[in-house]
Design a protein around this ligand. Structure first.
Ligand code: ATP
Ligand code: MG
Length: 582
């Protein structure tokens, strides 16, 4: 059974692109409709891996390509759903034969190799909790996360193992280190006590693994990005698949014949919820590129694999913008039909650039590690409102509330909050139930973001609660100021903070990096001040502008305003475990 919901663009889900119909369908919607589209386990249980992989094979689509992998050295590998099923069965069997019990934490510290997908879904099949770590982490963040989660298994690669070798003996819970030597890239012998992935897999049973998970069993543990402070380990349940599957259809407009590319790494929640679960539960072929960012390479990937749906992030879009609109024009990107973005506010300038470079707008959507899946989106079927995060998905209630949990009038700023109980809601911060509980006010979950809602039900991001600036009683969101600054042709990126001021309490200070070919002169500084003043209210325009080569960012590409502020004030920088190298 399929749900007819008027927010898809094409295929069996013909749309009625108007807001009233959207509201009507929202009102009638029940999650049970989506739950019926999933297969569930014979015993009534639920398992993400079963929904993402096995059910396609059981329905006769085993020969369809699930993954088209391109390695950083140009290697290619296609994996069908049938092969994927076998590899994940085998990995689950490896865990079983090592005596790893249900609920144990199995972490990966790997680059984007096919084996990371095999390991994560195999972990889920075995009923264990998967914890993917970003491969660019140094030893300390890896140790902290393994220690905090009490991980018993680490799956890694020779060169990454080497990077963290000195921290491993200090982890009492860690029992097994499994090493993937992809295509024999490393010539070094296995370290003493380590297990060879290929050898274990060669002996494993590829045909049958009992799946015993229920919808409430833990599935994946993801650490937040560390943008506002120490990263927190959010634990998710198999139940999340319901919303990940649904939003793949609704918000990314996935159809079975799509070729999809999600540029996020599995080390971040986007890389699992939308780089694994949403596309594969929708039976879509996914492109996986192991290498890092390069504008030219990225366009080549879209051209070579004929990518139709592309999910990326504002930081990547700003980098592509920096490299100009001529480059995409020199590639055949005609396969693209839908582009979406998440992770940070998407500046209106970036949405419009999509029109210029790709002939289509970029669909912003909002969610966070804790929500597990997209909550607010610019839908395929509706007009994009540049600068807005969009409208809430069916089946969730999103509100703008005051400090007492009351909704504020339309148009007013407040805390962005979600009524608890959406399917992909995190269940706890691992080992920190108190912090988890502190995020709720009555039945509202407080997201930590400030926003407002317009009369048509579109939500507009103002800033993280910690980043909002109070200047002479005006509350100013950095995003608004940054978006104006990047409209200037010389500006590549901007990060805005409140700088303490004896009279105004805080004044707006902007840090600006420039596009290639522009010099940080006094004249340009004045020009930018004038430019901002012409577009912003007097209290909102920056009082100071400082040129920087680059802005401090998390490894997932988010501007770390708290670091700009700490540096400005000469204060300690706090947790910098997710800070990107310069
Ligand atoms: P930490 O919680 O450790 O400080 P983080 O909040 O950056 O890190 P994530 O869960 O990866 O960790 O990011 C979610 C946050 O990213 C959201 O709460 C919001 O602040 C921001 N964000 C994500 N998408 C959007 C968007 N479309 N528009 C505006 N902000 C967004
Ligand atoms: Mg957060």
């Amino acid at each position: 059974m399929t749900t007819h919901y008027p927010i898809r663009k094409s295929g069996p889900f013909r749309v009625a692109p108007n807001l009233a119909d959207h509201d009507k369908a929202r009102a009638a919607f029940q999650w049970a409709d989506i739950e019926r589209e999933l297969d569930w386990l014979p015993n009534g249980g639920l398992n993400i891996a079963h929904e993402a992989i096995d059910r396609h094979v059981l329905r006769g689509n085993g020969q369809k390509v699930a993954m088209r992998w391109e390695g950083k050295n140009g290697e290619r590998e296609d994996v069908t759903f049938e092969q994927f099923r076998r590899e994940t069965n085998k990995f689950a069997d490896v865990l079983r034969s090592l005596g790893v019990a249900k609920g144990e934490r199995v972490f990966t510290f790997m680059e984007r190799l096919p084996e990371i997908y095999h390991a994560v879904f195999g972990t889920l099949k075995a009923g264990c909790i998967a914890g993917p770590l970003f491969s660019a982490f140094g030893p300390d963040p890896v140790r902290d996360r393994l220690d905090y989660s009490g991980a018993t298994v680490l799956v890694t690669q020779p060169e990454l193992r080497k990077k963290v070798e000195h921290i491993l003996p200090a982890l009492p819970n860690l029992k097994h280190v499994i090493v993937v030597n992809k295509n024999g890239r490393s010539k070094e012998p296995l370290a003493k006590g380590d297990l060879d992935y290929d050898a274990l897999m060669a002996k494993a049973n590829q045909s049958f693994v009992p799946l015993t998970t229920s919808r409430d069993d833990y599935s994946i543990m993801h650490f937040t990005s560390g943008t506002t402070g120490k990263p927190k380990g959010a634990a998710h349940r198999h139940n999340s698949v319901i919303q990940q599957y649904a939003t793949g259809k609704w918000c990314l407009d996935l159809h079975p014949d799509d070729i999809y590319w999600c540029t996020a790494d599995p080390g971040w929640v986007t890389g699992t919820s939308y780089g694994m679960i949403a596309p594969w539960t929708n039976g879509v072929t996914q492109v996986i590129y192991e290498g890092g960012f390069s504008a030219r390479k990225w366009y080549e990937i879209i051209q070579r694999y004929k990518v139709t749906v592309w999910y990326t992030a504002p930081t990547a879009i700003r980098m592509l913008m920096k490299s100009g609109a001529a480059l995409p024009k020199s590639h055949d990107l005609s396969s693209l039909r839908f582009i979406a973005s998440v992770g940070e506010p998407l500046n209106p300038e970036a949405v419009m650039w999509g029109l210029e470079a790709f002939g289509m707008g970029i669909h912003d959507n909002w969610w966070q590690t804790e929500t597990g899946a997209i909550m607010i989106a610019n839908y395929a079927s509706m007009d994009i409102r540049p600068g807005s995060m969009g409208r809430p998905i069916p089946g969730v209630e999103v509100g703008i509330i005051d400090g007492k949990g009351n909704e504020v009038p339309t148009g007013e700023e407040g805390d962005l909050a979600v009524k608890a109980g959406w399917p992909s809601m995190f269940r706890t911060y691992w080992n920190d139930e108190e912090r988890y509980r502190s995020r709720f006010l009555g039945d509202w979950y407080i997201t930590g973001d400030r926003a407002r809602k317009d009369k048509d039900g579109y939500f507009w991001f103002i800033g993280r609660a910690d980043d909002v600036i109070n200047s002479s009683g005006h509350l100013i969101g950095p995003f608004e100021v940054e978006s104006v600054l990047i409209e200037h042709p010389a500006v590549a990126e901007a990060g805005v903070i409140g700088k303490p001021d004896p009279i105004a309490m805080e004044v707006v200070k902007a840090f600006v990096s420039l596009k290639d070919g522009h010099e940080p002169t006094e004249q340009l500084r004045h020009e930018l001040m004038r430019f901002a003043r012409s577009k912003l209210a007097a209290a909102t325009a920056p009082r100071e502008i400082e040129f920087v080569k680059s802005l401090p960012k998390t490894r997932s590409g988010k501007i770390m305003r708290r670091l700009l502020k700490a540096r400005e004030l000469g204060l300690p920088e706090g947790d910098t475990s997710t800070l990107e190298d310069d």
